[in-house]
Ligand binder design. Structure first.
Ligand code: C2O
Ligand code: CU
Length: 572
C-alpha cells in the first residue's frame, strides 16, 4: 500500500465507522426493496401436455430477487391459488427473524387461499447465489426462483469481473399434478412416482418430446468469461451438470466464496447453489449444457432422462441454428467416487476479505444417524416394502408436523405441541454402513422432537448415513445459519476422524451432501436465536420425516433476542 493511500484510508476511517454504525441502527448503504408475489395457478405446456402449475406472478421459474449484501427485501405474498402455501428464503440467515423463514408448521402456519402475508428478508453475510422456494408440501416443484446477492456497493467479486451472468436453475417436471403425486405416495405408503423430465430454466430441452422450441439458449461472445449461477431446485435428485467442450471454475457455493477450482462437471444436490466461471474459449459453435441424475441408492429406480440447454456463440453470419453435436461427458449416474471427488474440492476462499471463522472447540457434540425406514401398517396393508409404509428419520425419530407451528408454541409457551428430547446420539449403535442389516432396524417412530441449544454455543453435528433399506446421498440443510463442513468420509465415523478435520479452509454451506454409506461433520456457533428447521432436501425424505428442529434460545443482550412477531402471522 502506498503512503498516499494509507493517509487517505486514515482520513476515511471515522467516516467509515459512521457509515458502518449508521445513524438509526441500520447501515446507510443498505437499501430496502419491495416486491409483490402473487401465488396463482397458471397453464404451462411441457412434454406435449398442458397443465396448471402453481406459480409466482405467472412465472416459471419464478422472479429473481436482486439485492446487495446488507439489504432488506420485503415480499408481500398474496395467495390467489386453491392451495395452502408458505415461502422460504433458502440460505438467508434471517437474524433473529424466524417469523419470515417459512417452513410450514415449523415457523408459521400456511398462508391459506385468499390470504396474504408479508415476509421480511434480512440479508447480512450472504454474498453470491441463493434462492427462494415454497416450503409447503411439494409446491416448490414450480414455486421457486433465484436470489442474487451482489457485493456491497464499492466492493466487488474476489475474482475478475465476468462479462455477463447466466442463471441456470435446474428443476424437475412431472406430467401429472405434483400435489397428486405427493398425496398418492402418502396415501399408499409407497415411493412417489418418478418425474418425467429435468429442466434448465423451466425447459426440458431438445432431448424430450415437444421440447425443442423453448430450449434455453445462452448467447456468448468468444473470449469473454461468464458467471453461471447454478441452483438445484429439483425435488428428489442430486444432479451432475456440465457444458460440452468447456471447463468450469467453481468460485462460490451457497453464497460463500470458494478457492477457485476447475472441473469438467459439478455434482449439485437439491438446495445447493454453485457459482461457476466459464470462459467462452472454443470454436464459435453451439454447445450443449446438460444435467442428469446422480443416483446413489443401489437398485432404486430414478429419472434417467437428461435435460439440455445450449451455449450459443455469437457469430457475424446469420447462420441457422444447428443442434449441438455432443453432450458434455458427465459421470455415470452411480459414480459415487466422482460425486465425492467433486464435493471434496470445495474449500472456503479464506482470504483477508472473506475469512473463515470455524469454531475450534466444541460445546455440544451431536451424532445424528440419517436413515430411510418403514412404519408398520395394519395387516401389512401399505404399498411400501413388505406391506409397510415408507418413512425416514434422524436418530430414529421420524419428524411429524405439529398442529400449530413450533415457533408460535415456543414464543407463547404453549405446551403439548412439541417435545425437547431430540437425542444427541443414535438410540443404538450398529455397523451403520454394513451390508444386510437386520430388518428389525428398519422400523422407526413418529414424534415431534426438537433440540434446544443455548445462545452462543459451538455445535458439532456428525451426520452418519446408514444403509437401512438403502444407503444414499442425503443433502442435509440447516435453516438460520450456514455451517462449516469440517470433515467427511466413508463408512462409520470414528473418534480418530476428528484429527483429520479441516479447520483451515472448510467450505461454508447451508446444504451438504452426506455421502452414501459415509459421514459428514459440520460446525457452527448458535448466534441466531430462533426456531430453525434442519432436514434432508430430497422432498420425499422430508415428508417422510428426515427432519428435526433446532431452537436457539435468546442471549442476554437485547441484540441477542428474537424480534417480536409481525401482526399478520397466518393462523392455522
Ligand atoms: Cu431449501 Cu428447508 O429448505
Ligand atoms: Cu435424504
Amino acid at each position: 500500500m502506498s503512503i498516499l493511500s494509507y493517509k487517505i484510508s486514515m482520513v476515511q476511517f471515522p467516516l467509515l465507522v459512521l457509515l458502518l454504525c449508521g445513524v438509526l441502527g441500520s447501515p446507510v448503504w443498505a437499501k430496502t426493496h419491495h416486491r409483490t408475489f402473487v401465488i396463482k395457478e397458471t397453464p404451462y405446456t411441457r412434454l406435449c401436455q398442458t397443465k396448471n402449475i402453481l406459480t409466482v406472478n405467472g412465472e416459471f421459474p419464478g422472479p429473481t430477487i436482486h439485492a446487495r449484501k446488507g439489504d432488506t427485501v420485503i415480499v408481500k405474498v398474496c395467495n390467489q391459488a386453491e392451495y395452502n402455501i408458505t415461502l422460504h428464503w433458502h440460505g438467508v440467515d434471517q437474524p433473529r427473524n424466524p417469523w419470515s423463514d417459512g417452513p410450514e408448521y415449523v415457523t408459521q402456519c400456511p398462508i391459506q387461499p385468499g390470504a396474504n402475508f408479508t415476509y421480511r428478508i434480512l440479508f447480512t453475510e450472504e454474498e453470491g447465489t441463493i434462492w427462494w422456494h415454497a416450503h409447503s408440501d411439494w409446491d416448490r416443484a414450480t414455486v421457486h426462483g433465484a436470489i442474487v446477492v451482489h457485493p456491497r456497493r464499492g466492493t466487488t467479486f474476489p475474482y475478475p469481473k465476468p462479462y455477463k451472468e447466466i442463471p441456470i436453475i435446474l428443476g424437475e417436471w412431472w406430467i401429472a399434478n405434483v400435489s397428486q403425486i405427493l398425496a398418492d405416495a402418502l396415501r399408499t405408503g409407497a415411493d412417489a412416482n418418478l418425474s418425467d423430465a429435468y429442466t434448465i430454466n423451466g425447459q426440458p430441452g431438445d432431448l424430450y418430446p415437444c421440447s425443442q422450441e423453448g430450449t434455453f439458449r445462452a448467447l456468448v461472445h468468444r473470449g469473454k468469461t461468464y458467471l453461471l449461477r447454478v441452483i438445484n431446485a429439483a425435488i428428489n435428485n442430486e444432479l451432475f451438470f456440465g457444458v460440452a467442450g468447456h471447463r468450469l471454475t467453481v468460485v462460490g457455493t451457497d453464497a460463500s466464496y470458494t478457492k477457485p477450482f476447475t472441473t469438467d462437471y459439478i455434482m449439485i444436490t437439491p438446495g445447493q447453489t454453485m457459482d461457476l466461471l466459464l470462459e467462452a474459449n472454443q470454436e464459435p459453435n453451439n454447445y450443449y449444457m446438460a444435467a442428469r441424475s446422480y443416483s446413489s441408492a443401489a437398485n432404486l429406480p430414478f429419472d434417467t432422462t437428461t435435460t439440455t440447454a445450449v451455449l450459443e456463440y455469437a457469430t457475424d453470419s446469420n447462420s441457422n441454428y444447428s443442434i449441438p453435436s455432443s453432450l458434455p461427458l458427465l459421470p455415470a449416474f452411480d459414480d459415487n467416487d466422482a460425486a465425492n471427488r467433486f464435493t471434496a474440492g470445495l474449500r472456503s476462499l479464506a482470504s483477508k476479505d472473506h475469512p473463515v471463522d470455524v469454531p475450534t472447540t466444541v460445546d455440544e457434540r451431536m451424532i445424528i444417524t440419517v436413515s430411510v425406514n418403514v412404519i408398520s401398517c395394519p395387516n401389512n396393508s401399505c404399498f411400501g416394502p413388505n406391506g409397510n409404509r415408507l418413512a425416514a428419520s434422524l436418530n430414529n425419530v421420524s419428524f411429524e408436523n405439529p398442529a400449530i407451528d413450533i415457533l408460535e408454541a415456543y414464543y407463547h409457551m404453549i405446551g403439548g405441541i412439541y417435545g425437547d428430547n431430540f437425542p444427541n446420539k443414535p438410540p443404538f449403535y450398529f455397523n451403520f454402513t454394513g451390508d444386510n442389516l437386520p430388518p428389525m432396524l428398519s422400523f422407526t417412530r413418529k414424534a415431534t422432537e426438537v433440540k434446544v441449544l443455548e445462545y452462543n454455543t459451538s455445535v458439532e453435528v456428525v451426520f452418519q448415513g446408514t444403509n437401512i433399506l438403502a444407503g444414499e446421498n442425503h443433502p442435509m440443510h440447516l435453516h438460520g445459519q450456514s455451517f462449516y463442513v469440517v470433515g467427511s468420509g466413508e463408512g462409520n465415523f470414528e473418534e480418530k476422524d476428528i484429527l483429520g478435520y479441516n479447520l483451515v479452509d472448510p467450505p461454508y454451506q447451508n446444504t451438504v451432501g452426506l455421502p452414501k454409506s459415509g459421514w459428514t461433520a459440520i460446525r457452527f456457533r448458535t448466534t441466531n436465536p430462533g426456531v430453525w428447521f434442519m432436514h434432508c432436501h430430497l422432498d420425499r425424505h422430508l415428508v417422510w420425516g428426515m427432519d428435526t428442529v433446532f431452537i436457539v434460545k435468546n442471549g442476554k443482550t437485547p441484540e441477542a433476542k428474537l424480534l417480536p412477531p409481525p401482526s399478520d402471522m397466518p393462523p392455522c
